[in-house]
Write a protein that binds this ligand. Structure first.
Ligand SMILES: NC(=O)c1ccc[n+]([C@@H]2O[C@H](COP(=O)([O-])OP(=O)(O)OC[C@H]3O[C@@H](n4cnc5c(N)ncnc54)[C@H](OP(=O)(O)O)[C@@H]3O)[C@@H](O)[C@H]2O)c1
Length: 266
């Protein structure tokens, strides 16, 4: 199996590097293509994959093609590569908001997987959800999962509505965590800690809480009850959050991202 990644930006390179390290592919089977001559020149320094600056040299050889360009470049890309694609190729799109139907029509092909990754893929802790057109076989889907898993975890979802929904949870989610971290760091600074100590206090608290959570079967609510004793400090903080409706506001924010993803797909 030969894999081509189109677009060597944040996501394209992350996936190419993830797949290069996996046991499923070796260097000879991994190709990457980008329109930018400067970028392809830089990429040639990396020994993990074959770098191309002409689409007709690489696309016809590929069995699986990742599309990792920005959504607003999709139409231009489809027009420029359409004549080089064939029906047996499987396309995996990472583009937010571009529907399977749009890709099928834009490229004149049938086999499309739409995936929604997130930024922690860069450090091997990504969360990707994916769904497929009906022409993709079960065996191809297993292979797709193996490829997507190379950057972290991947879950299969029933349809594209869940891709938009996962945009609201895991796709945009790292920014919600950064928002929470920023707020706690600002509180620490205000209490008089240095920038460096504020950063350590907050990051270690996040890492520790996630590790504890992963190490047990307890729900977040159960953990909160364990940490917060009646009349204590943690209870005071949680009560303040409840009084200010923080949980509902976070849910509303996730829905805002979900709605925006749905709107972009129209
Ligand atoms: N970054 C994320 O956290 C994230 C999360 C979820 C989904 N995604 C999706 O992942 C996709 C890629 O995002 P990104 O952040 O990796 O974008 P990016 O860093 O801008 O990378 C896209 C790359 O594709 C190149 N390109 C543009 N048009 C091309 C064409 N016709 N043929 C080949 N290469 C072309 C761009 O070159 P130029 O710079 O010269 O234009 C750039 O190098 C997007 O569709 C986005 O919706 C990203």
């Amino acid at each position: 199996m030969k894999v081509l990644v189109i677009g060597a930006g944040n996501m394209g390179l992350t996936y190419a590097e993830g797949m290069a390290k996996s046991p499923y592919l070796n260097r000879r089977n991994l190709m990457i293509y980008d329109v930018s001559p400067e970028k392809t020149l830089e990429l040639r320094e990396i020994p993990n994959f074959d770098v191309y600056d002409k689409i007709d040299d690489c696309l016809p050889k590929a069995d699986v093609v990742f599309i990792a360009v920005k959504p607003y470049h999709s139409e231009e890309l489809f027009n420029s590569i359409k004549k080089h694609v064939n029906e047996s190729q499987l396309f995996i799109s990472l583009m937010a908001g571009i529907t399977i139907n749009t890709i099928q029509e834009g490229l004149g092909i049938k086999k499309v997987v739409r995936a929604m990754p997130n930024l922690p893929a860069k450090v091997g802790l990504g969360m990707t959800s994916f769904t497929e057109s009906k022409e993709v076989s079960r065996i191809e889907l297993i292979m797709v999962r193996n490829l997507l898993d190379t950057t972290g975890e991947a879950i299969h979802v029933q349809n594209e509505n869940f891709i938009n929904a996962s945009t609201g949870i895991s796709g945009s989610g790292p920014a919600y965590v950064f928002y929470f971290m920023q707020s706690m760091m600002e509180a620490a600074l205000k209490m008089g800690f240095s920038q460096n100590d504020s950063k350590i206090l907050v990051t270690q608290t996040f890492e520790g809480a996630v590790a504890l959570f992963n190490d047990s079967d307890l729900s977040p609510n159960a953990w909160m009850d364990m940490v917060a004793s009646k009349g204590g400090t943690t209870r005071a903080a949680l009560d303040s959050m409840e009084d200010n409706n923080v949980k509902e506001l976070i849910k509303e924010a996730a829905y805002a991202a979900f709605d925006r993803a749905t709107e972009l797909g129209k």
